[in-house]
Design a protein around this ligand. Structure first.
Ligand SMILES: *[C@@H]1O[C@H](CO)[C@@H](O)[C@H](O)[C@H]1NC(C)=O
Ligand SMILES: *[C@@H]1O[C@H](CO)[C@@H](O)[C@H](O)[C@H]1NC(C)=O
Ligand SMILES: *[C@@H]1O[C@H](CO)[C@@H](O)[C@H](O)[C@H]1NC(C)=O
Ligand SMILES: *[C@@H]1O[C@H](CO)[C@@H](O)[C@H](O)[C@H]1NC(C)=O
Ligand SMILES: *[C@@H]1O[C@H](CO)[C@@H](O)[C@H](O)[C@H]1NC(C)=O
Length: 488
């Protein structure tokens, strides 16, 4: 409950939204509205930038003041439409008062348009004490898990580097996700070397451009057979090839539950020697009633010794039953009693004092051995695909203008050849020529891409009963594809 903010910094939002607020908030909100109902942010708070040390995040440079993510996943419009909620002040300013009511310090956004300005929304978020965890991929500019070699190309990297350019200067940019649920089944681990290569390239780009060290890491689907193997993989090999953090999507805790019965205690044991900051990039029960007791549990010291909080999936109801508010035009309506339960649970739990038992003694992991559950051939051990040669100029010259959401896409622009493995210590050079077959239709091409939009993964390997219509598309397919398939 550190984020007790006034609503005054958030300029204008619709009268309908005012109905949801306290009288004082209404007054302040009205006072800063313009007659037209649109307003701009006039001044910006600079938030302390978040840093990492050991397995934790810190508020600024303090050694004591740990930063625990208290957040929601924010994709108004749902995962089937690629839209950017941070390029539209009317959208973000409508929702920020609700983030504040929940006491949040972070939101995750799955898709942004790197050709647009985000100054107003990022300023409004900063004024509200809220940081951004940002996915750099878009549906058209992302890895294709079925054809990772072709989709890992210079056109793709130009887009995600341009997204880094667009957000690196905001003090409240918390971190970048290099990928989201690219591996979403028990048998899609062959994409892992490409996810790791993209993470490496983003970290190199941030370093070579002289930006502050914004953490880069991957958000892993709730697939029990490989989620932990991927964690080890993202934390093995040379420093240059390892991530700054790891994030898991986890839907295990369904009330009534507890630290032990949910399986969370086993996660803590499993990750107790992990060297990187770890958090839940999506959580929230997806089967039973959602009462968010886990939101209180997440900030207890038994969890905080390895986890740094998490993001509830998700803010707005988009037809899948997971929203804590519904949105209709300018009107936001909290979903009974989910919104108030989440608000109560977060408010009831303060952050642990004295660093929450974080650790600086975690160790770099061993790269997973090849097995039935882990097949990354031809890249085994620490070997990774080399950065596409056409992308090297961006490290020196910058990425230039981003293609936005309407560009022609990157997935079919590769030549399908990754010639040598990067020189990670002890690795063996590998030659790989991928197939050059391409999907014939835009829909099918983007459908199998790494989901840049958020959706609860199919949770292959966990027995999750999902009785919702979108999931009829199949256990192994992300909801974004299912919905896309319906629309296309
Ligand atoms: C970070 O530290 C500042 C003081 O330097 C404090 O005002 C702020 O509340 C802290 N933020 C979080 C999220 O802990
Ligand atoms: C970066 O942000 C600072 C304020 O935080 C601003 O003064 C400066 O102009 C920005 N630089 C660029 C290149 O946008
Ligand atoms: C993964 O398994 C599914 C279902 O058994 C199959 O349809 C798919 O082709 C497999 N993918 C790979 C890359 O082997
Ligand atoms: C860390 O612990 C896990 C299991 O908890 C184990 O598999 C792994 O080998 C350990 N890693 C190191 C480097 O000790
Ligand atoms: C603190 O962390 C250590 C090592 O990870 C662990 O053994 C211990 O149980 C933790 N203490 C608490 C209170 O969680």
């Amino acid at each position: 409950m550190k984020n007790v903010q006034t609503f005054a910094a958030v300029a204008a939002f619709a009268t309908t939204a005012l109905a949801q607020m306290t009288p004082m908030a209404k007054l302040e909100a009205r006072a800063t509205s313009t007659a037209s109902g649109s307003a701009t942010v006039t001044s910006t708070t600079t938030l302390p930038t978040i840093t990492t040390r050991g397995n934790a995040f810190f508020n600024g440079t303090s050694d004591e003041d740990r930063f625990y993510i208290r957040g929601v996943d924010y994709q108004p419009g749902g995962s089937s439409t690629a839209s950017d909620p941070l390029a539209d002040y009317a959208t973000c300013s409508r929702d920020i008062p609700y983030f504040q009511k929940l006491g949040l310090n972070t939101i995750r956004v799955y898709t942004v348009d790197n050709s647009k300005s985000h100054d107003e929304c990022m300023a409004a978020l900063a004024n509200a004490g809220i940081y951004l965890a940002l996915d750099v991929n878009t549906p058209e500019y992302s890895l294709n898990r079925d054809e990772p070699a072709e989709s890992y190309n210079a056109v793709y990297l130009q887009s995600i580097f341009a997204t880094i350019d667009a957000f690196q200067n905001y003090s409240n940019t918390l971190l970048f996700f290099s990928g989201n649920e690219v591996i979403n089944t028990a048998n899609s681990t062959s994409a892992a070397p490409y996810v790791k290569a993209v993470t490496r390239d983003m970290r190199q780009y941030i370093g070579e451009r002289g930006y502050r060290s914004i953490p880069v890491g991957y958000s892993a689907a709730d697939v029990s057979s490989n989620q932990y193997l991927m964690a080890q993989y993202m934390d093995c090999g040379s420093t240059a090839s390892r991530s700054d953090f790891y994030a898991i999507n986890n839907y295990e805790w369904c009330d009534p539950s507890s630290y032990t019965t949910s399986g969370w205690s086993q996660l803590v044991d499993q990750y107790s020697n992990y060297s990187l900051p770890l958090f839940m990039s999506e959580y929230g029960c997806i089967t039973n009633t959602r009462t968010f007791k886990e939101s209180a549990a997440l900030y207890q010291e038994d969890m905080t010794s390895v986890f740094s909080g998490g993001l509830v999936y998700e803010y707005s109801e988009e037809g899948n039953g997971y929203g804590i508010v519904t949105i209709s035009g300018d009107t936001v309506t909290p979903v009974d009693d989910q919104f108030s339960d989440l608000q109560t649970e977060l408010a009831s739990t303060s952050d642990p004092s004295s660093g929450g038992n974080y650790s600086t003694t975690g160790v770099a992991q061993d790269c997973p051995a090849q097995s039935d559950d882990w097949d990354t051939s031809p890249f085994t051990g620490t070997a990774l695909p080399a950065t596409p040669s056409g992308a090297e100029k961006y490290f020196e010259d910058g990425a230039g203008t981003g293609p936005g959401l309407s560009g022609s896409g990157s997935q079919e622009s590769g030549d399908g050849k990754v010639s040598t493995a990067a020189s990670d210590a002890g690795s063996v050079s590998t030659t790989y020529t991928g197939t050059t077959s391409v999907a014939s239709a835009t829909g099918s091409s983007s459908s199998s891409s790494a989901s840049s939009s958020g959706s609860p993964s199919s949770a292959a390997g966990r027995s999750v009963a999902m009785g919702m219509a979108p999931f009829v598309c199949g256990l192994a397919v992300a909801i974004s594809f299912c919905m896309g398939a319906v629309l296309l």
